[in-house]
Design a protein around this ligand. Structure first.
Ligand code: FES
Length: 269
């Protein structure tokens, strides 16, 4: 190996100013476990979500609407479109109309970026483990410079969060729209929307939106207070990213099973 700045070993950890270590890593622990687990779970989710998004059916079983299809703006089944059907002409699955927002939000999320850069691109796979790529331009060029759109996706995510909260509230009605009913689906939707909000409000962009671009916290006590709350949540952003991923998955699967008549929603009252 040479350290003259040319060729594959001339960049990154092979750069001329880096210590000459031949091994890819000196780590002795099972550092590969985290990126491997992430790869397996994310891949499974992507396969599941793609199938469900294109399915275009079994996304509504009154009063539950799958989060993949909310708001249902296409040519949706009766009862699923509380926000109208402005895209009723859309020939494909209604999920494809709105999925760009939650998908874009998660794809550009600081935590998910870390997770998929490590597990899918191995760039790098873990701290202290050399990456296989020779060149590194970070997020300074197209397409990765588009990651900067995260803040705009955050605004959209807040709107989606409000709509999912609405879906959760109306899940406490029965099929005749009478209030005061609760089934297992309502419980799952409450858990899901709580994780969605925890994830959305713990976002790094949210932290900057509430507490950034200020010279003096002392002159903005309300924003300072909000910033301290968001900062506490932000420390657990990765946990909420995973929890909300699983809860969305679970609620969609639950609606799919109900709509497929696999079982009936257990009703508590
Ligand atoms: Fe993860 Fe914004 S940083 S959602």
């Amino acid at each position: 190996a040479t350290r003259d700045g040319d060729g594959p070993l001339g960049a990154g950890v092979g750069g001329p100013t880096r210590a000459l270590i031949e091994d890819r890593t000196l780590r002795q622990d099972r550092w590969w476990l985290y990126p491997l687990t992430t790869f397996v779970v994310f891949s499974a989710f992507v396969v599941y979500a793609t199938v469900r998004a294109f399915m275009g059916s079994r996304y509504y079983d009154s009063p539950y609407l799958s989060p993949f299809y909310s708001p249902c703006l296409g040519d949706c089944v009766d009862g699923a479109s509380d926000f109208g059907q402005p895209f009723s002409w859309w020939p494909l699955s209604a999920a494809l109309i709105i999925l760009i927002f939650p998908l874009g939000f998660r794809m550009t999320c600081y935590y998910y970026r870390k997770a998929y850069y490590r597990s899918f691109w191995l760039s790098p796979p873990a701290c202290g483990v050399a990456e296989p790529h020779a060149a590194y331009s970070g997020e300074t060029r197209f397409p990765l410079i588009l990651q900067n759109a995260h803040r705009w996706f955050w605004y959209a995510a807040v709107v989606i969060g409000v709509i999912l909260t609405y879906d959760t509230v109306i899940s406490f009605r029965n099929a005749d729209h009478e209030w005061g009913h609760m089934g297992l689906g309502s419980v799952l939707m409450v858990v899901n929307v709580a994780f969605i909000w925890a994830y959305t409000l713990s976002c790094h962009s949210c932290r900057h939106i509430v507490g950034g671009r200020m010279r003096h916290f002392s002159k903005h006590p309300v924003r300072y207070k909000l910033w301290t709350w968001v900062s506490k949540l932000n420390a657990r952003h990765a946990t909420f990213a995973w929890a909300s991923l699983f809860s969305i998955w679970l609620v969609d699967l639950y609606v799919l099973l109900l709509a497929s008549n696999v079982f009936d929603d257990p009703r508590f009252f």
